[in-house]
Every structure is written in C-alpha cells, then in structure tokens.
Design a binder for this molecule. Structure first.
Ligand SMILES: [Zn+2]
Length: 412
C-alpha cells in the first residue's frame, strides 16, 4: 500500500518569502524540530547560495553525528548542470537534491522569452539529473514549476524523461495555487498512472486551498499506486499566500472524514510537537499565529457561546474534532513580569551566566563560558532578538558546529 510522506520546505520556500526570513541558527532549530517530529525530509536550503554554505555543511555534519537523524536534508537548485556542479563543489556532502525548472508554456515563453522550447526544457532537466547522479546524489526530485498550468501530455513526457534518467520523484508544483481539489486529483492520478513514479505535491494558498489540494493531490497519487510526498511549511509560511501548513496537513491526513484510516503516513509524525514547533516558528519569523489557525491558534479550543460551552463541558468531542493534548498544548505558559535578563549581541558574562544558570547549564571554566558567550553574541547579531532556551542549549552543547553555522564570509 502506497503511503504519504512529508517534505517540509520552510527552510527554502518559507525563508525566500518577501518580508520574512530566518537566521542560520533558526533554520538549524527548524531542522532539529522537524527531525524530532518525525518528518521525512527537510528542504534545508540553497546549496548554490554562498551565505548558506557553512550552515548547510554544518547541518550535514549534525546528520553525520546522528543529531539530525533520520531526517533527510535536501537542497534546492535550478535544473542546470552548472547549478548542480556548484552545489556539490560548495557542499560536497550533499546527498539529496531537488532540481527545479518551469514547464508551463506561460513560463517557458514568459521567462525565457522565446529562447527555449519544450524540448530544450526536457534536455536541461535530464542533463541536470545526469550531472546530479555523477556528483553522487542519493536521491533526486525533479520539480515541474507551474505544473498546474502545464499541458498534461507535456508534463507526462517531462516526468517520463526524468524517470528514465533515474530521478526518484516528480514534484508537481501548483506554483500559483491555481488548482482545486477536483482538478489536482484528476491530474496527479493520471500522471502517477502514466509515468509510474512517486509524486510530490507542492501547493500554494492563493485561492485558500493549499492543504485541501495537497490532500486531494496525494489521494490521486496513492489511488494510482504510487507514494505521495506532501510539501509543507511551518505555520504555512511561504511565497505570497503561503504553502500547505505542516500541522493542518498532518491533521487533515490523520483526522478527516474518509481519509483517516484509509490513507496512511509513511512516518509516524509526533503531533505533540506541533505547539512547540508553531510557537518557535512564529517567534523566529516574527509572524503571529492567526487566532483561528487549525490546532495551534489561540481559538482552536476556545468556546464562549452557551450551547458550545455547555456541550464541551459535557463532552469535549461535542465540539472538538481532536484534543489539545494531542498537539502538545495544555501546559500553562510563564511570562516574566518582573526583572528580565536576556541575551543580546552586546551582552556580558554576568547576565549570560545568569541566563544559563536558570537552565542549569554549568561551564567547566571561565574560558568555556567566554567562548559560549561569544557565540551567543554572534547568534544575536543574526536574529536581533533574545535567543530561546533550545538555541542557547544547542550552542552550549555543540560550540564548534554553532561557530560554523554562524560563519558568514562575503566575497571570499
Ligand atoms: Zn513554492
């Protein structure tokens, strides 16, 4: 029985979004949380972008150390031989790659302005797949950008060539959020049946259907007997109206009528990480969680009206489809209302030792404390807000890795 896997793209689609971004340490924390949650793969960044190099290398070292395991870390590059070769030159330990190219006539004509034909697009993609294999890629996904506006016969031809050249998956990108659950189901079922390869669903929310389309698209792929890989982002953060939200997608797969039980996740996802994950991403991106966000919004389990409150008091299942405890909610949150000492880029040893002491972190000598403090200062330069406990603990535990993550060397 074919299954559904989650590939989270927060560290790629999320961070490339206008007005938003994450520091390299925050991206690392997202990878760590996704791993802890049981997510299959994190699209962890851009291997041809030079300011990502040390971050990507350091995260692959964390994978080797068993810290970021078993999650797969996948890079995103354009489907060109040049990009593939640059990616492996800058990040030699890279194992998983997605190669992206536009496939719709709108984009082939609108972006390449008559310089490329459909055949050229297929050739660029297959050359890039061959190059990735030669460079030692263990898994290769091929992204059909704007797949939902691509002629289906051409999309089948494109995917078939990708498969023939050894690509592992096709990413069906509903780049503009143009599909609806009915159209994406029909398309992905036909595509999976005709091509016979696993398909990723990459859906956007321009028409408010990113999660619904991901589910319907996955159903199409599974009904054709292939594994489906849903692309999500934490809190749905992504280009324009965003991507399929990770928590909402997992809830939809595991709780929705007729889907739950019949279609299954390939990896067990620890939903009880949802609350922590969503709160961290909200803090790191500086984007509040909407009050009505599924599962993690402030109102997701709030009841005021007489009939609803009475119903929930008698039995929560009267008005709640799932329990807040499943999402890791329910613990009271402590907010400091008195004196507050926090870390900062200009912080000193006294305040730092106080903050670390509250978390029961002790240093073996003054030198070690100074070293960690210096790294914390640099982390603050990058994120411009107090670090959270997990970030401080990470730096204290892996100072050498943290140093690498924090290293930026322009024009080297
Ligand atoms: Zn996207």
């Amino acid at each position: 029985m074919a299954k559904i896997y989650i590939i989270d793209v927060t560290n790629r689609d999320g961070v490339q979004t206008a007005n938003l971004g994450l520091s390299k340490l925050e991206k690392t924390m997202i990878n760590l949380y996704l791993n802890e949650m049981g997510v299959f793969q994190s699209e962890f960044g851009f291997p041809t972008t030079r300011h990502e190099t040390y971050y990507l290398q350091a995260n692959l070292e964390l994978a080797e150390m068993g810290v970021l395991k078993p999650i797969r870390l996948g890079g995103w590059v354009r489907a060109t031989v040049e990009d593939v070769e640059t990616a492996f030159k800058l990040v030699p330990k890279l194992q998983h790659l997605n190669l992206s190219i536009s496939t719709s006539d709108q984009m082939i004509q609108g972006k390449f302005l008559g310089r490329k034909t459909r055949d050229d697009i297929v050739k660029m993609m297959t050359d890039a797949v061959d190059a990735a294999r030669q460079c030692g890629a263990k898994s290769i996904g091929v992204n059909a950008e704007d797949a939902s506006r691509t002629d289906l016969d051409f999309l089948i031809k494109f995917a078939t060539q990708a498969k023939l050249h050894g690509a592992d998956r096709l990413r069906y990108c509903d780049t503009l959020g143009y599909d609806n659950p009915f159209t994406i189901y029909e398309t992905t079922r036909t595509l999976a049946k005709e091509v016979g390869m696993p398909i990723e669903l990459h859906c956007h929310g321009d028409l408010g259907m990113a999660v619904a389309n991901s589910l319907a698209g996955a159903k199409g792929v599974l009904d054709a007997g292939q594994d489906a890989y849903i692309n999500t982002t934490v809190n749905g953060i992504g280009e324009r109206a965003g991507n399929a939200d990770l928590v909402a997608t997992v809830l939809a797969v595991t709780k929705s009528k007729g889907f739950a039980g019949q279609y299954k996740l390939g990896n067990h996802i620890k939903l009880n990480m949802a609350w922590k994950m969503a709160k961290f991403a909200s803090y790191a991106f500086k984007v509040p969680i909407p009050i009505n966000q599924p599962g993690v919004g402030a109102n997701a389990f709030a009841h005021a009206s007489g009939i609803h409150a009475d119903g929930v008091l008698k039995d929560p299942q009267n008005y709640e489809l799932y329990s807040y405890t499943e999402l890791g909610r329910g613990e009271p949150e402590l907010v400091e209302t008195g004196s507050q000492i926090c870390t900062g880029e200009y912080g000193g040893i006294s305040g730092f030792k106080h903050v670390m002491g509250k978390m029961a972190v002790e240093f073996k000598d003054a030198q070690e404390a100074e070293t960690i403090l210096e790294l914390v200062r640099y982390a603050n330069v990058a994120c411009q807000k107090p670090l959270v406990e997990d970030e401080l603990l990470f730096i204290a535990k892996y100072p050498q890795i943290a140093k690498k993550i924090l290293t930026l060397t322009p024009l080297a």
